[in-house]
Design a protein around this ligand. Structure first.
Ligand SMILES: [Zn+2]
Length: 235
């Protein structure tokens, strides 16, 4: 049953990919945009090539650590909440099984089943796995072991670093005086690629996704470069 080779390919839905795809695209997009913008801002202030490169390396490390911390904290909080809800539900199932059966039956009635059938469905599902049935249909928790904070933290940090690397490499390899062009070019190229890959994996139209990612990248770099130029002239 779990062998994916036996499932016809049209049965593998795109929604199943949405979770990890969203996290990976967000991390990489963040890495590209924030690192390239920061470096463009530093470059626009008239800083040396060494300072630009140094700011890029610092942005990569700081961003990856920040993504890891944020993801760890938020996934842990979600997992704590789910665990508390499940414990409460398990206690209710022990103490008042009939009330819990009524609760589940009413949920199925609300979704369109006739009361008699809803009662049977609730009874049979509860006989098989009472907590699983309530977790899924009452609490909306579909996988009882979904949240993995450490894995989520490492995946976010890695996707940020992958996104941040190209602008840093571009600055390192750019000929003297051409850092901004190299950083902006690397950033736009990577954003277009990310928009394309993200859309393909998610089954959406690439053109719209590419325009969307490019728009925010251009906006972020323009604003940061403007700020760098202004403050570079003042300080
Ligand atoms: Zn319940």
């Amino acid at each position: 049953m779990t062998d994916s080779a036996q499932i016809p390919h049209h049965a593998v839905h795109y929604v199943n990919r949405v979770g990890w795809l969203r996290a990976a695209v967000l991390g990489a997009n963040d890495g590209i945009v924030s690192t390239a913008s920061l470096m463009t801002g530093i470059a626009a202030s008239g800083a040396s090539a060494q300072s630009i490169l140094l700011s890029g390396v610092a942005a990569l490390v700081a961003g990856a650590m920040s993504m890891a911390a944020g993801e760890y904290v938020s996934v842990s909080a979600q997992s704590d909440t789910e665990r508390a809800d499940l414990a409460k539900e398990a206690k209710a199932l022990r103490n008042q099984p009939h009330a819990e059966w009524v609760e589940l039956r009413d949920i199925y009635v609300e979704r369109g089943l006739a009361p008699d059938l809803a009662g049977q469905v609730a009874e049979q599902l509860m006989a098989a796995d009472a907590l699983g049935a309530h977790a899924r249909d009452e609490l909306g928790i579909s996988d009882l072991a979904t949240a993995r904070p450490v894995q989520a933290a490492m995946a976010s940090a890695a996707s940020f670093a992958v996104g941040a690397a190209p602008p840093v490499l571009a600055a390192a390899l750019a000929p003297a005086g051409h850092a901004i062009v190299a950083i902006v070019g690397a950033c736009l190229l990577c954003l277009a690629l990310l928009g394309h890959v993200g859309a393909r994996l998610g089954g959406a139209k690439p053109s719209r996704s590419i325009v969307r990612t490019l728009f925010w990248g251009v906006l972020a770099m323009t604003v940061t470069a403007g700020a760098g130029h202004l403050f570079g002239a003042v300080i």
